[in-house]
Design a protein around this ligand. Structure first.
Ligand SMILES: [Zn+2]
Length: 296
């Protein structure tokens, strides 16, 4: 007889999620790898500080709690959250992790990380098989002046014409990829939407974009929402949604995050072939949608 999964969960993880029934823990899928997968989740705000990463005394922030619980309920990974990147994002400490996730803001003067740690991260750590970087929402509003960073993500923040209270429609381009599959072909969501500069369509696979035709405020250019890419033997994905705290409680968003993590770990397959043709077609479509709205 095998040991029920919940007994194998660390006690603290179980205590942290008292509202989950044991049956839901038992129902968690794939068996955990022998060596526990660990994630370093950096939620430090060098610039704008989001509610989703704001901690109350003795409590994790909403995004931190969501990822920690996702790791525990899936039985797949453990999360360490830090708001002191200089102390925890070091060459030495990175050796302990398989996944690095950023929900950060600010330039290099405000979100301090040593040159040594960054060089190691971009040139060695992230290029290893089974390693991956996950950018959540404002990860793209980070290190805009530092090319290795935005080159790794595939683009950087260039304002958000669509604000937190706006309802937008998102189109899913790849309904098979574990990151975009949970969302179906199209969905509506209320969230702040970034547009990007330093956008590199030739290096990324766009999985989801803003549907300009079905969104009230129209702009004549492509606005990608989620994408992925390979980085050496490692993997990267960016998920632009996640400004609003409610998004971190959306089961589809969490399924999407979990899908991305399984994809990084090689537990689920997903195509990362760059699709610049999709960006090009979306750019043309957004222009047409914008012009159609202007001429009304
Ligand atoms: Zn935001």
């Amino acid at each position: 007889m095998s040991i029920p999964r919940f007994l194998r969960l660390p006690l603290l993880a179980v205590l942290a999620i008292p509202f989950l029934s044991l049956s839901s823990l038992r129902a968690a899928e794939p068996a955990p790898a022998k060596k526990a997968v660990r994630m370093l989740f950096v939620t430090q705000s060098g610039g704008f500080k989001h509610g989703s990463v704001t901690r109350k005394p003795y409590q994790l922030a909403p995004a931190e709690r969501a990822m920690t619980e996702l790791g525990a309920t899936s039985g797949l990974f453990r999360v360490d959250c830090t708001q002191d990147a200089f102390a925890d994002f070091t060459k030495e400490n990175l050796q302990n992790y398989d996944l690095v996730m950023f929900y950060t803001t600010g330039g290099r003067d405000k979100l301090k990380i040593s040159d040594e740690a960054l060089d190691y991260f971009f040139n060695e750590w992230l290029k290893q098989k089974g390693h991956g970087f996950i950018g959540a929402h404002s990860a793209a509003d980070t290190y805009a002046e530092y090319q290795p960073y935005w080159d790794m993500i595939g683009g950087s923040f260039n304002g958000h014409p669509w604000n937190a209270g706006d309802k937008v429609t998102i189109t899913v381009h790849d309904t098979q990829h574990p990151i975009s599959k949970p969302w179906g072909g199209e969905f509506e969501i209320q969230d702040e939407i970034y547009q990007f500069k330093n956008w590199q369509p030739e290096k990324v696979r766009v999985l989801m974009s803003l549907n300009m035709a079905k969104t009230a405020l129209k702009k004549p250019y492509h606005v990608p929402i989620a994408w992925c890419k390979e980085y050496g033997n490692g993997k990267v994905f960016h998920m632009s949604l996640g400004h609003n705290e409610a998004v971190w409680a959306n089961p589809l968003y969490l399924d999407s995050m979990l899908g991305g993590i399984k994809w990084i770990l090689g537990l689920e397959s997903g195509d990362a072939t760059p699709n610049p043709d999709v960006s090009q077609a979306q750019e043309a479509k957004a222009k047409a949608d914008f012009e159609a709205a202007q001429s009304k």
